[in-house]
Design a protein around this ligand. Structure first.
Ligand code: CMX
Length: 428
């Protein structure tokens, strides 16, 4: 058994003991009440899910396991996947074994490239990523074991196998999508001497600079997971809860990530910064920039990269990217504009719409595009693919743990307007 598998098994035992303790102390205790506004309002604020991979604290941001963003942001993505799924970082030997496993599984079947090359030239790269993974569904070891009647207690083990096979192929898949969609179509071979993010940087074929590989590492670490209720993670979990295998579940999660209010928002941020650059120049005057922001707001648009459904402070992932930018591309015009926006926008949003904006602070998207731009990745449509490659780690870890804990199919109850009106009438 690999160290990763052992680590997950131990983690599942710990989590199960905690759940037993929780149930013994108060299985029927109420932790959240749902009002009618929430039923019609995207279930915002309803506590209805348990997710032990990560947690977003409104005031201190993302935790993976027990670790804050500051504490994990210098790690490798492989270490992060270990942490997400076992609650602990791997030791050196376990990390090397895991990396070697990934290397052995990195080859993408030829039919995937045939599918992707047959799509219309202007297909969105997120469609290609989702479809690329879905096209490999027939390889699912979970599906085959299920057909042979595997035990429920073994589900997670086969989902781990599927996860490893999917994760291992992501750098080559994303790199290939980039080359087919934006390059000359020539694929760069996987290099087993490189780690997971190093291979992604290598197979994109955009930039050999070490800084770019460092950025890919940081990017894949910072986007890995954001607890269980966000659109993509929740979608992936719902689909997997029906025992659709991880190829289906990961593809479904990516389809959610492709939405402009979720993962796609990151491409809007760089577009916004480039517009400012074109209209106001590389170093806009503060007052001029302030007036520009107010114009955008008054014309009914949001300021991309600012606000969050859960966070109520500057996203520490934004800070990690900003620190990277200070060290690696402090003079890049887009980075400078992104920094200037950070000094102006929160104050404006705080007073906008009589303080209605719940969080005037930047989220992770406000900075990432400027850094990608610095290293020559200027195809906005590709940004969510990079986000997706990272987020698949969270989808897989969440689903493996949920299966290991024997969680049932997800099926909340919906009601009709009539039902709600009758309920209100009955209450007087
Ligand atoms: N610019 C202008 N207005 C904003 C705003 C922004 N950046 N963020 C919120 N608001 C407005 C909302 O549009 C809403 O106005 P209405 O009631 O008139 O519709 C009001 O403030 C209250 O919204 P909220 O409770 O603060 O925010 P929500 O939880 O509803 O939405 C989010 C969160 C991220 C969709 C929103 O802040 C937004 O659209 N931001 C810009 C897009 C963006 O950066 N998205 C990336 C999200 C990152 C992630 O999902 O991880």
């Amino acid at each position: 058994m690999t160290d990763l598998k052992k680590g997950i098994q131990n983690h599942l035992l710990e989590l199960q003991l905690e759940i037993d303790d929780i149930f013994a102390k108060g299985r029927d205790s109420v932790v959240s009440e749902v009002n009618i506004g929430q039923i019609y309002g995207g279930m915002r604020g309803v506590v209805a899910l348990a997710c032990n991979t990560s947690y977003v604290d409104p005031y201190s941001g993302l935790y993976i396991g027990e670790y804050t963003t500051d504490e994990f942001s210098n790690k490798l993505p492989e270490e992060i996947f270990f942490l997400l799924s076992t609650g602990k970082f791997p030791d050196k030997k376990s990390l090397l074994n895991f990396q070697s496993e990934l290397n052995q599984r990195a080859q993408i079947p030829q039919y995937v490239w045939d599918v992707l090359r047959s799509l219309p030239k202007d297909t969105h790269p997120m469609t290609m990523l989702s479809l690329g993974i879905l096209s490999m569904e027939n390889e699912s070891v979970f599906k085959k074991a299920y057909q042979k009647g595997m035990k429920k207690s073994d589900y997670w083990k086969y989902s781990l196998e599927d996860s490893m096979n999917i994760l291992a192929k992501l750098p080559a898949l994303a790199g290939g999508i980039y080359r087919i969609r934006f390059g000359d179509g020539h694929l760069i071979p996987h290099d087993p001497s490189l780690d997971w993010s190093g291979n992604l940087a290598h197979m994109l074929g955009v930039n050999d600079d070490k800084g770019f590989a460092d950025l890919m590492r940081l990017y894949l670490v910072l986007h890995c997971d954001h607890e269980g209720g966000n659109v993509s993670a929740f979608t992936s979990r719902v689909v997997n809860s029906a025992l659709s295998d991880l190829y289906y579940a990961v593809s479904a999660g990516l389809n959610g990530l492709a939405g402009p209010l979720h993962g796609l928002a990151n491409q809007e941020c760089l577009r916004f910064i480039l517009e400012i650059h074109d209209k106001l120049g590389a170093d806009p005057d503060e007052q001029v920039l302030r007036a520009y922001i107010l114009d955008v707001l008054n014309s009914g648009h949001v300021i991309p990269g600012y606000g969050h459904a859960v966070l109520r402070v500057t996203d520490p992932r934004f800070t990690a990217f900003m620190n990277f930018g200070e060290t690696n591309c402090a003079t890049n015009p887009c980075f400078k504009i992104a920094k200037k926006l950070f000094s102006i926008v929160p104050d404006i949003l705080m007073h906008y719409k009589e303080g209605k904006v719940a969080n005037p602070w930047p989220n992770v998207d406000a900075m990432s595009g400027s850094l990608l731009n610095h290293y020559g990745v200027n195809e906005f449509d590709f940004y969510t693919v990079l986000f997706g490659v990272s987020r698949v780690m969270g989808f897989c870890a969440q689903n493996i743990l949920a299966q290991g804990l024997g969680q049932p199919i997800i099926r909340p109850k919906s009601v009709t307007n009539k039902w709600v009106l009758e309920r209100l009438r009955a209450k007087g």
